[in-house]
Design a protein around this ligand. Structure first.
Ligand code: PLP
Length: 391
């Protein structure tokens, strides 16, 4: 063969450098490739027959995605899992793979604002009927689930007031009328609670939060039985909501320390909630680990490993006090996300719950002085020192 041109050589030189390696990587490399190479046509047939070890095109599967899916199914005690580009993509996939036009979805009234928006602004346009209910009135739930409601969607713990969902009772009520229970387990993580073991039919995560834990990758997961996951996977593939290999790799790296991190998040949050209760500038602390919390007993029985590192508190001085707090804190940053290794605060009325009317906020119990604290894994005394200066 004549010598190849510069363009050809610059494309192919070095591309097979790892093919004859004697050793193999200890840590899965980032398979940052959009497509995979086959040696023959039979290998393409093998992909179509569903061999899970056969990857063709990253939108349709990639080893980094697969690794995260195997991890999630194991940790949540599910048959299978599919990862996707964000927590919202996971919510879309779990609902769209189960419901179509004419079906009904019920959701907890205090569900995350993004989820409310997805349900009422998008899914309703496709003919799915959406309604919101009080998921804490468990004895009334089966009557409230109108005939043929396909899905009841709840969060294990709500944002920002950390109201807990009684998953076993909700599952029983939903199943008694043929409804499937989908649980957004983002706030607890599978380390603290596994909804599938308590009767839920499917679980979703925004891995952007605790599972990744480092505030540097966005992603989502659906975990359920094999049939539901295969439908959700098809939706993710057809809808183009696949997780990038790099985000999957970052998330897997974070996930390896999830159990350790959750232990520290829970311990720090408990101590900070107790300390906040003693501050004169704080009217009320919302944290299920406190005896004063209405769901303390449920927290101790169903969620005995803890409810995570999220808590909120109401400042005596309302909006002005909240703004002053934001500006006075040094180490703790105002960042409207949560569940990273660093402690952050947010102001629900100005961020996550901005679209709510003041009446709806009052109904939910969120005031202008409500601050959400995502307690990180720093040394406890340093978090308290920063808060102490500012409150
Ligand atoms: N579920 C909960 C409980 C959340 O708090 C969020 C985001 O804040 C989501 C889902 C959506 O996740 P993402 O931002 O990764 O799409």
């Amino acid at each position: 063969m004549p010598e190849q041109g510069f363009s050809t050589r610059s494309l192919h030189a070095g591309e097979d450098a790892d093919l004859n390696m004697v050793s193999r990587p200890k840590t899965m490399p980032i398979y940052e490739t959009s497509v995979f190479v086959y040696d023959n046509l039979a290998q393409a047939d093998d992909f179509s027959s569903g061999n899970p070890d056969n990857f063709m095109y990253t939108r349709l599967g990639n080893p980094n995605q697969r690794a995260l899916e195997i991890w999630a199914a194991e940790m949540e005690s599910g048959a299978d899992a599919v990862c996707c580009a964000s927590g919202m993509a996971a919510l879309m996939a779990v609902i769209a793979s189960e419901c179509g036009a004419g079906d009904k979805v019920a959701a907890a009234q205090e569900i995350y604002g993004g989820t409310q928006s997805l349900l009422s602004k998008e899914l309703e346009r496709f003919g799915i009927e959406v309604y919101f209910l009080n998921s804490h009135h468990t004895e009334a739930i089966s009557a409230e689930l109108r005939p043929a409601t396909k899905i009841l969607l709840v969060e294990t713990a709500s944002n920002p007031l950390v109201k807990l969902a009684n998953i076993p009772l909700l599952a029983k009520a939903a199943h008694s009328v043929g409804t499937k229970l989908v649980v957004d387990n983002t706030f607890l993580s599978p380390v603290l609670f596994q909804p599938l073991k308590h009767g839920a039919d499917a679980v979703i995560h925004s891995t952007t939060k605790y599972i990744n834990g480092h505030s540097d990758a966005t992603g989502g997961l659906v975990i359920a039985d094999a049939d539901w996951v295969s439908r959700a996977r098809r939706f993710v593939h057809n809808g183009g909501a696949s997780l990038s290999p790099f985000e999957a790799w970052l998330t897997m790296r974070g996930a390896k320390t999830l159990a350790l991190r959750m232990e520290r998040h829970v311990a720090n949050a408990q101590k900070i909630a107790e300390w906040l209760q003693t501050r004169p500038g704080v009217v009320r602390v919302h944290f299920p680990g406190l005896e004063s919390h209405a769901q303390h007993l449920l927290a101790r029985t169903l969620f005995h490993k803890g409810t995570g590192g999220i808590l909120s508190f109401d400042l005596r001085g309302g909006l002005a006090a909240a703004d002053e707090l934001v500006q006075t804190l040094k180490m703790i940053k105002f960042a409207p996300s949560l569940a990273g290794v660093s402690t952050t605060i947010s102001h629900p009325a100005k961020t996550s719950h901005r679209s709510y009317s003041s009446e709806s906020l009052a109904k939910l119990g969120i005031t202008a002085g409500t601050i959400r604290l995502s307690v990180g894994i720093e040394d406890l005394l340093d978090i308290i020192a920063d808060l102490s200066r500012a409150i």
